[in-house]
Write a protein that binds this ligand. Structure first.
Ligand code: NOJ
Length: 757
């Protein structure tokens, strides 16, 4: 036998010992508890079930939940809420199991809990990080008052495909803005202390690349090169992790052929080894079991693969619960892997303070004080009005006079069921303010005639698909012609028409992908007819995604995009329509001219044959039928006032690699209203080793500028802002010229430059 040199032996022992030391928790109580646990009890902690109080987003629902908790087979629940109900569940876990380990109580608190804020794509359009942070704090306050300690938010999936219904749930197309929002939300939910009774664990999801599903079809495959992944899609997840997010949810899609839930490169090599994530990873709803349908083997095989890959908790599917012991006996997983996953779950419970007091979120007096309070609703109103984007103001029709004679028409004008938006299962439509009511609240002197005018859609089969969570599309008994006639008569008698049209809430969201994203034909007919009346028409447009509205943009109508605004919808819309608030929102995903143009986003590349001229030219990268530019560019949004940009300056024409650079610009309010402007900075790295985007967002600031006032705004580019991931995935900045554009949207023309030495 060969003798192993002593130094090698010592080194091996050191490596093994430090690996073991690394695996140990820094929390002694967690290690002490792990010592006492049987393998079955450890596996039980990896199991997340829902007793069915929330939304079942798959075909499987949990059964015999109470018995499973008693048997020590459950680590957490979701879909149960209310301090009393959560207390009951917690009591079973604490008093009727051998070790009395409390439960994680999860929930999808996506844009507010009971006080529903605008849907996330709308919140993003505020470009107001402090506001977004406050909405997350209020969401946490309300949810924890109702017993929740773990939130399945923020969803930070970049999406450049408005066919994908879940584009509504994220921040849109841009990683820089998406990262800022990820930070604002994580720190809003968790603040700096998870033991506080009004903070909860945040979950960054869906890791990863879920927003790039092929063809915009939900749950579809993703195929993407690493350079694009690292530069464009991964930054917001990383930002959430750097902000201290305590859990990560794996996505449904595969990446390079391996479903995220069982993808070791993703969940271990990248997430833990490269990014240093210390929290726990939960699967999405049965995404572990779905690896069977993906074609990776039976439940035992895929469960073992997921554990090996770094998944810690299995949502609903019970693959871990029912197969891991067998896999352990057969040597397909190790006890260390099971212990490590369990350790991470226990650490989360410890961080929440649940071992100290399992009932810390079960104060029965809190819901009354903390949920839907006046202050919370005021914030919802503020967030909503700041999220609206004025796309067009024909002849400055807006704002309206508060004593105007108004025809308020359209299927969404008095539709309480459609105000909250998708993924608001914890909200309740009965608290939502419809637009008709909001108009009456804000403009009591206005003479308003209401007419439905059209159905959201005339298609019964389509309506059935949309109405799965309750009536959203209610097809009228009257014929479309009768409804239209009524609306036109109302229009005839009015000074101005406000038409509220667009999508019902569930026309976007999970499993709501569409190949046509225009306003439904039933409503288009109404809008066309109204535009022909010669009366000023304001189209209040609701949707959870960019829509193709080339026709409507061409009509003589004003357009105010309001997304699905949440619980204060009607009041907030009235605030803007009647000029109590001057709109300041800017879109965060480009609006395409048509579906065939998708994807279209501001940071596209030049190609070797850029479309440079205004007129069409053969042999250029372009379409025969439409321009390359989107219908509405990223960052665009009008105000009741106007802003003029001038005097762009850079403080250093040459900088070194570790030096920040300041860009300043003067913005003057040249119109008749005080207003806020989102000043945006776009960077173009002119020459580099991999093809650069034409321009990409690298700075923004939302500022209030009174009419006639001039402000100098300074935006700082940090050394990291000049960096990108190159072909070796090194994060570097390369010397050369950088062009900087500053303005009110991604088409900004005011330009300066500097050189990186
Ligand atoms: C499926 C969704 O993809 C995810 O976002 C959500 O958190 C879970 N269902 C739980 O409801």
């Amino acid at each position: 036998m060969k003798r192993i040199p002593f130094i090698l032996l010592a080194l091996t022992m050191f490596v093994c010992l430090s690996a073991k030391a690394q695996a140990q928790s820094s929390i002694p109580q967690v290690e002490a508890l792990l010592e006492k646990m049987t393998i079955e009890e450890k596996i039980g902690q990896l199991n997340l079930l829902t007793p069915g109080g929330g939304v079942a987003t798959g075909s499987v629902v949990s059964e015999n939940v109470e018995a499973k908790i008693k048997a020590g087979n459950v680590g957490g629940l979701f879909g149960v809420a209310g301090p009393d109900k959560v207390r009951m569940a917690q009591k079973i876990a604490v008093e009727q199991t051998r070790l009395g380990i409390p439960l994680l109580i999860g929930s999808d608190v996506i844009h507010g809990y009971k006080t529903t804020f605008p849907l996330p794509l709308g919140l993003a359009a505020t470009w107001d990080m402090e506001l977004i942070n406050r909405t997350a704090q209020v969401a946490a306050k309300e949810a924890t008052a109702d017993g929740i300690n773990w939130n399945f938010s923020p969803m930070v999936d970049i999406s450049r495909d408005p066919r994908w219904g879940r584009i509504s749930e994220g921040a849109g197309e841009d990683p820089f803005l998406g990262s800022a929002i990820a930070r604002a939300m994580v720190t809003g939910y968790q603040q700096d202390d998870l033991t506080r009774p009004n903070t909860m664990i945040a979950t960054v999801k869906h890791f990863a690349l879920y927003g790039a599903a092929e063809g915009g079809r939900d749950y579809n495959s993703v195929d993407m090169g690493r350079v694009k992944m690292f530069n464009d899609y991964l930054p917001p997840y990383k930002a959430a992790i750097d902000a201290g997010v305590a859990s990560v949810m794996s996505s449904f899609n595969d990446i390079d052929g391996v479903p995220a839930t069982g993808n070791k490169w993703l969940l271990t090599d990248l997430l833990r080894d490269k990014w240093g994530f210390k929290g726990f990873v939960v699967s999405d709803y049965t995404s572990l079991n779905e690896m069977i349908a993906h074609g990776l083997g039976n439940l035992q095989a895929v469960s073992a693969q997921a554990l090996n890959a770094g998944l810690d908790m299995d949502m609903v599917g019970e693959g871990f619960l029912t197969t891991l012991k067998k896999s352990l006996d057969e040597g397909k997983v190790t006890e260390d892997e099971i212990t490590q996953a369990c350790r991470r779950i226990l650490e989360a419970k410890y961080k929440l303070g649940l071992f100290e007091d399992p009932y810390r979120y079960n104060d029965e007096t809190r819901p009354e004080k903390d949920i839907l309070s006046k202050d919370n609703r005021a914030l919802a109103r503020e967030a909503a009005r700041k999220s609206f984007v004025l796309l067009k103001n024909e002849n400055n029709t807006l704002p309206l006079k508060k004593d105007a004679k108004i025809a308020l028409v359209g299927p969404l004008a008095d539709s309480q069921n459609n105000m909250l938006g998708t993924w608001s299962p914890t909200g309740d439509t009965k608290y939502a303010v419809p637009i008709l009511e909001g108009f009456k609240n804000v403009a009591a002197g206005a003479k308003i005639t209401y007419a439905k005018g059209a159905n959201i859609s005339n298609d019964k089969a389509f309506a059935e698909k949309i109405n799965v969570f309750g009536p959203r599309i209610e097809i009228d008994e009257r014929t479309p012609e009768t409804m239209l006639k009524e609306a036109l008569e109302a229009a005839k008698k009015a000074d101005v028409v406000v038409a509220v049209a667009g999508e019902a809430t569930e026309m976007t969201g999970e499993a709501s992908s569409m190949t046509s994203i225009s306003i439904p034909e039933s409503q288009k007919m109404l809008i066309r007819a109204l535009a022909k009346t010669g009366k000023p028409v304001v189209l209040v447009l609701m949707s959870g995604r960019p829509l193709t509205i080339e026709e409507e943009m061409g009509l003589p109508v004003s357009i105010l995009q309001v997304w699905h605004p949440g619980v204060e919808a009607g009041n907030a819309i009235a605030d803007v329509v009647f000029g109590n608030y001057n709109p300041s929102g800017k879109i965060t995903a480009s609006w395409p001219r048509n579906v065939g143009q998708i994807p279209v986003y501001h940071s596209m590349k030049n190609t070797g044959r850029p479309e440079l001229k205004k007129e069409w030219e053969k042999f250029k990268s372009s379409y025969l039928d439409v321009d390359n530019s989107p219908l509405i560019p990223f960052g665009f949004g009008l105000s009741y006032t106007t802003f003029e940009y001038s005097d762009i300056k850079v403080d250093h024409s040459e900088i070194t690699q570790d030096q920040p650079v300041n860009i300043s610009v003067t913005v003057k309010n040249t119109g008749n209203y005080d207003g806020e402007e989102v000043v945006q900075l776009y960077l173009h790295d002119v020459v580099r080793s991999i093809t650069p985007p034409k321009r990409t967002l690298k700075g923004f600031q939302k500022v209030m500028i009174n009419k006639g006032e001039r402000k100098t705004i300074t935006l700082t580019l940090t050394p990291d802002d000049l960096k990108f991931y190159n072909g070796n995935l090194d994060f570097i900045a390369e010397p050369g010229v950088f062009e900087v554009y500053v303005g009110g949207n991604s088409d900004a023309q005011l330009k300066t430059q500097f050189t990186l030495k």
